[in-house]
Design a protein around this ligand. Structure first.
Ligand code: ADP
Length: 450
């Protein structure tokens, strides 16, 4: 029930409530009808007994039953018993158990095999304390007889009405909650497409949904503004930092050339390395913020992706060799892609660099590029340290590094994969990762051919 939709929850709850009420009403009706009929039958039996007694001749403390008196009248059979309960005269149904006890002014149902009777007994004091018993028996034909069928019918009506109420209710709720579905769908599209300039369609009717849509759109306005401000901030900061860092770097180069003392040379080298790292970081940040701003900032053209991939592999050979990693390539020739070559080159380099950095010494890395339908599929496979399952989603986040102590020994910034994903998305492609801790990783990307 917890994970059911609101529609299902409300339908189940109100159908349950209505079903209980319906059941109570139907059962109440059945009992009411049964009661009315039983009371009518009882009154009839009592009337017949009293009428019969009225026809008996009583003289002093003796009685005589007139000749030709009817013991069967309108479905009711009368029998007469003496003070000791011994049958005197009258008639009883053939199957009726004769030993059924006489009880004064008492109704009882008597059942034998398929037969069922309603019985009424009455004791009359006809003089000097002498008792005459009259018994009226009527076969139960009415409601009692068909009670079983009536209960089946009631059950059938109950199920039918419950199903009807549930399905009509569900349909009505679906219509009523349709605007919520639309809001969910449109909000989902906005967040999936990551285009925060889109807004929800405002409903015509000014009801709760209208207010909800307005609130959502205002929230998107605020989100868009804060995202824009954040992008602008990182772009501005990167720009502002680039020039002083370039100055520090060139000054370090100059100092290194001029320096005479080995100890100072080392210190300057450290400053220069760190400056290079920061320049790399800022370049990546700028690339990301350009990607976020969309395609109009790039020069897209058709280029030979296979050729570019070969170049990347050539460049990476040396780093792979240093780590004693065998770099295998399996690159299909003449694969053309529409995009910005420098960006895609950076994307591929980042993936291969990672595969080597996080690879196993003496292990291997494979660059596999091939055509898949209307896409170019790239696979960068390594047998390195791998990524644990719970961190697989996090690696795309900016500044995320799975093992910070290990990453500090590499030149990593934690921005590489975030940039890689932006570049792939900018080219309307897709990228995914399969990895197992301690076994290796496989990054797979798809880029449209044109
Ligand atoms: P970094 O600069 O730290 O390499 P990235 O954004 O490129 O940053 O990668 C984020 C994190 O993802 C890395 O710190 C590393 O933990 C993990 N990672 C990326 N590529 C691989 C890989 N091929 N094998 C194992 N882990 C990887």
């Amino acid at each position: 029930m917890k994970n059911q939709s609101i529609k299902s929850k409300i339908t189940i709850l109100y159908t349950g409530c209505i079903a209980v009420v319906l059941l109570v009403v139907l059962i109440g009706m059945v009992f009411f009808i049964k009661n009315v009929e039983t009371n009518t039958a009882k009154e009839e039996l009592q009337g017949k007994v009293d009428a019969f007694y009225g026809k008996i001749n009583i003289q002093g403390d003796t009685y005589s039953i007139p000749e030709g008196i009817e013991f069967y009248n309108d479905g009711v059979i009368i029998s007469v018993y003496d003070q000791n309960g011994t049958p005197v005269t009258g008639s009883i149904p053939s199957q009726f158990p004769i030993q059924t006890e006489l009880k004064d002014d008492f109704y009882q149902y008597v059942q034998k095999a398929d037969h069922r009777w309603l019985v009424y007994d009455k004791a009359y004091d006809y003089g000097n304390g002498k008792i005459l018993w009259l018994r009226a028996i009527s076969t139960v034909y009415g409601f009692e007889r068909v009670a079983g069928q009536v209960m089946i019918l009631v059950g059938f009506v109950f199920v039918l009405m419950t199903v009807f109420i549930a399905s009509v209710g569900y349909r009505m709720l679906s219509v009523a909650l349709r605007p919520v579905d639309i809001i969910c769908q449109e909000a989902g599209e906005i967040s999936k497409g990551e285009d925060l300039s889109k807004r929800l369609t405002i409903p015509q009717v000014r009801d709760e949904m209208y207010r909800l849509t307005i609130e959502f759109n205002q929230m998107f306005d605020r989100l868009e503004k804060s995202f824009e401000a954040e992008k602008q901030f990182s772009s501005d900061v990167s720009h502002e930092l680039r020039t002083p860092l370039a100055v520090i770097h060139s000054q370090c180069e100059y100092l290194l050339e001029e320096c005479q003392m080995k100890e100072q040379e080392n210190d300057i080298q450290i400053i220069m390395d760190q400056t290079e790292k920061m320049i790399g970081l800022i370049t990546q940040l700028l690339t990301i913020s350009r990607c976020e701003r969309g395609g109009e900032y790039f020069q897209m053209e058709q280029f030979d992706f296979s050729f570019m991939a070969e170049m990347v592999a050539d460049t990476m050979e040396e780093i792979a060799y240093q780590k004693q990693i065998q770099l295998n390539r399996n690159i299909e020739v003449n694969l053309m892609v529409y995009g910005e070559e420098t960006l895609l080159m950076r994307m591929l380099m980042n993936l291969v660099e990672n595969a080597i950095y996080y690879g196993r010494e003496g292990g291997h890395v494979e660059i596999k590029i091939q055509k898949k339908g209307q896409m170019v599929e790239g696979r960068i496979i390594d047998n390195g340290i791998g990524i644990s399952k719970e961190n697989l989603d996090k690696i795309w986040k900016r500044f995320y590094r799975e093992d910070k102590s290990r990453s500090s020994t590499t030149n990593g910034t934690g921005l590489g994969l975030s940039m890689v994903r932006w570049i792939v998305q900018l080219h309307r492609g897709k990228i995914e990762v399969f990895s197992q801790k301690g076994i290796g990783s496989e990054f797979v990307f798809y880029l449209p051919i044109s």
